[in-house]
Structures are given as C-alpha cells and as structure tokens.
Design a protein around this ligand. Structure first.
Ligand code: ASP
Ligand code: MG
Length: 460
C-alpha cells in the first residue's frame, strides 16, 4: 500500500484533475490510498466568505461562495460525461452550497465567527474536491470509493488546529481501508479535515493535508507516502529569492522537519512526525513532471557527508526581550514567562537566555501588544516586530569546515541577532531585519551551492 496526496494546484482545473487520474492509474499496482486537498485557493475563498459574513457583508460573502462553487461545477461539466454521475455530483455541489449559505447567514446574524464555525466552512473545500477526483477516477474506469474523514480522522476539539487521536484513527482506518484495498478498490479521502467524537468537523491547521497523508500512512504502515505538488521536490533555497536553486535528492526526517518549521513551504512540518515513528519514507513529486525523481525524506544515514543541505527563511516574526524589572526570584520570573506564553498559546521559534534575561522569537501575527503588557508585570520588555529568521539545515552542519566563518564572512555587513545552532545540532539559525532576508539568503546560497558539484543535488 502507498498513500498519494495531491495538493490544490494539482486539482485546480479539469486538466489538472485528468492528470491526477493518470498519475494514480500509473501507480495502481501499488494499492494507493488517495488524499485530496481543496482546489487551489478554495480554503482562502471560504475563509474570506466567512470573514465577510462577520462584517455583515452577506451578499459579498455569498458571491464568493457562488464563484467558488461555479468553479467546481465547470470542472465537473468538463470531466464527468456520464449523465447520472454528473447529475449526482452537481447535486452534491448544490447541497454544499445551501449548507454553506446557511452557515454564512448564521455568522452574520450572530456577528460571531468561532473557530468551530470556521471549521464547518473550511471542510467544504476538501469534501468537494475529493468527491470530484473520486468520480473522475470512476469515469476513467478505476474502481474507487469516496471515504468521508468523519468516519476515521477523529480529533480533539481544538478547532482550526485539532490533534488526531491516533489510537482511534488507526483502529478505524484498518477496519475501513484494508477491506477495500483487498478488493482492489482505490479509497479517496480528504486532507486537512477531521471530526470530533461529538460530531463536529475540525481542521488540523492550514496546509495540513500533508500531515493527513502521513497519519494515514503510519496507521496502515504503508511502504511510501507520496506528496504530489507543483515543484520538483525540496530545493536548496526558495526559487523566488535565489535564481539557481538545486533540487535535493534526499533529506533526513529531521532536516525536512527543520526546513519546514523554519519556513520552507513544500511540506507541513507535522508530516514528518508519524512517518518517523514507523520509519515510512516520504517522497515529494511534481504532478506536472511526474517523471522527475523528486525528493526522498527518510531516516538519517549516519555516514552522510557534512553539508549544508538547504536554506530556509521565515519573514514577519517579532523578537521580544524581557529583562527582570526588579530582581524577581528566578522561579517567579520564569513561571510568569511560561504562563504568559501558555495563556496565548504561543509557539516560540527561537529563544536565548542569558542570566535571566530572556529573548525569544514568535510569529508577529500573535497578539504582540497583549503579550507585551502581560510580560511587563515582571520585566522591561523590548519588541522588534519586523524581523525574519534564516535557517541553514544539514544533519552534520556544525561539522562543515569553517562553517561559521563562511556564513558570517559573506554577510559581515548584515546586523545579526540571536544566533543559535539548535539543540539538535542540525541547523544554524539567526535573526535579521525582514528586508535583509532576500539578499542574505542569496549570498549564503551562493557561498555554499554555487561551486558544489556533487551527486546529492540535481540541477533543475
Ligand atoms: N486546503 C487546506 C489549506 O489550504 C489544507 C491544505 O491544502 O493542505 O490550508
Ligand atoms: Mg502544501
């Protein structure tokens, strides 16, 4: 068995979906389980409609819904020729449309958009796209079955960032999927969305369809999790910043985790977690160039040469420093800091302690002012909210000859803060001003990748 996950750009229109069907057909002997994201931009449009409804712009919200659903209808009419299949699908879209419009109405009447309501809107993107792909497979002669994640992807009630309850998910998947596979049927399901034991739709965080794929892969112990996207694999740097990035042939789970955690967009960071536990390889492939060899993410190979594998960056973070006002007892100071971070559910990207002065970096979409106010109870707080993080990743990175010299020589004129070489030893990370990111990344990339000529990377 394998899992094949297709992202939004792979299903964005009728041609893209035909292509997905061809790719699935060429892997049919491997017993694929298919995971589908919403078609490109669908999740954003659903979110926009919900927010418009909250501002009491119901008409505009409904217009957005109409536009989105018409895109689905156009796709259906282009690829589903069989009359009754076509009619059933269109009916499914129409039922979804009235469901969505009811929720939109509710939001504007109540002037309230809770995470729970947002999840009940988000889910339509994946429900519709997965249904279309499943019917398109049938139309192409592939015996397949649509499975609603509500039957197996049971999560907690953390709406918009729910966590799956693995024991239940695993148990249900084995009961539902294995018999289908044994009968030669291709199961098609949704990424991103889950369901609570109290019958509510949830989602597991934006871009988390990759995570869905590896949860399913780990639960069923598949031989490969394939993430089909619109780039050739994981690159040595962001191609919109660097003119000559190369494709990396393989990475360890840890390297891929750190790259995605620090801003590389190809994979959701959580994807690696279930796969590590069961040691299941993850391949990233380009659905527009299915013949390309992609990138393999797998377990760390101990004798790998020391190298910088890739450079990631994350813009728009805030660097916050707290210096104790009076000499608070250390315990009280730390307790207050941790309580504050917990209270606002903050994920800290990077942190440094000296004496008991504490500096840390968080996404600047967090409620920075409220956090600042709270921390001022114990310290003098300094906030710079126009910063970015640059992260160089490689399992043996700290063993690369002269690594720190080489990095800091090429960017000696750039102001650098909060340098860390990571507890794992597999990254070197630091903070610069947002606007310095592109130039800094370019210079470091050319230092480490322009001259190399080895077989761990491929020219694009
Ligand atoms: N459709 C969802 C999103 O746009 C999930 C995903 O694509 O992975 O966030
Ligand atoms: Mg993605």
């Amino acid at each position: 068995m394998i899992v094949m996950k297709f992202g939004g750009t792979s299903t964005k229109d009728a041609d893209a979906i035909r292509n997905v069907v061809d790719i699935i057909k060429s892997h049919i002997h491997k017993q694929p389980i298919i995971v589908i994201s919403a078609i490109a931009q669908a999740t954003n449009m659903l979110e926009k409609a919900a927010k418009l409804a909250l501002e009491d712009k119901t008409q505009e919200a409904n217009l957005n819904i109409d536009q989105l659903l018409n895109r689905h209808i156009r796709i259906i009419n282009e690829i589903i020729r069989d009359f009754s299949r076509n009619r059933n699908l269109i009916e499914f879209v129409e039922i979804s449309m009235s469901g969505l419009k009811n929720i939109i109405k509710g939001i504007s009447i109540l002037s309230e958009l809770t995470p729970r309501t947002l999840d009940s809107i988000y889910c339509y993107g994946e429900l519709l796209s997965s249904k279309i792909v499943q019917v398109a497979l049938e139309e192409a002669g592939v015996h397949s079955q649509w499975i609603d994640t509500k039957d197996f992807m049971i999560t907690d009630e953390n709406f918009t960032r729910a966590h799956p309850i693995f024991s239940i998910v695993e148990n249900r998947l084995k009961h539902i999927i294995v018999p289908l596979i044994n009968e030669g049927i291709v199961p098609v399901t949704q990424g991103f969305i889950g369901y609570t034991l109290s019958d509510r739709r949830t989602t597991m965080g934006r871009e988390s369809s990759d995570y869905t794929a590896s949860i399913i892969g780990a639960a069923l112990n598949v031989s490969d999790v394939q993430i089909w996207t619109d780039v050739d694999g994981i690159l040595t740097a962001d191609p919109t910043v660097v003119s000559n990035p190369k494709k990396i042939k393989s990475l360890s789970f840890e390297e891929a985790y750190e790259l995605s955690y620090f801003g590389a967009k190809v994979l959701h960071p959580n994807t690696m977690l279930p796969a590590i536990d069961k040691n299941i390889p993850i391949h990233i492939y380009n659905s527009r160039r299915p013949q390309s060899s992609g990138t393999l993410v797998t377990t760390y190979i101990n004798n790998e040469p020391s190298a910088v594998k890739s450079i990631a960056y994350k813009k728009d973070v805030a660097l916050i420093s707290v210096k104790p006002k009076r000499r608070f007892g250390q315990y009280l100071f730390w307790e207050h800091i941790h309580n504050t971070l917990n209270k606002f559910n903050i994920v800290v990207n990077l942190s440094m302690t000296s004496d008991y002065n504490y500096s840390f970096v968080i996404d600047n979409k967090n409620p920075i002012n409220s956090i600042k106010q709270e921390l001022e109870d114990v310290g003098i707080v300094k906030v710079c909210d126009n910063k970015g993080i640059i992260c160089l990743v490689g399992s043996n990175i700290t063993n690369v000859d002269n690594i720190f010299n080489r990095i800091f020589n090429v960017i000696s004129d750039v102001k650098i803060e909060l340098i860390s070489s990571g507890a794992s030893g597999s990254n070197i990370t630091f903070v610069v001003d947002n606007e310095k990111i592109p130039e800094t990344v370019r210079r470091i990339h050319s230092e480490f990748f322009n001259k190399i000529n080895d077989d761990t990377v491929e020219e694009l």
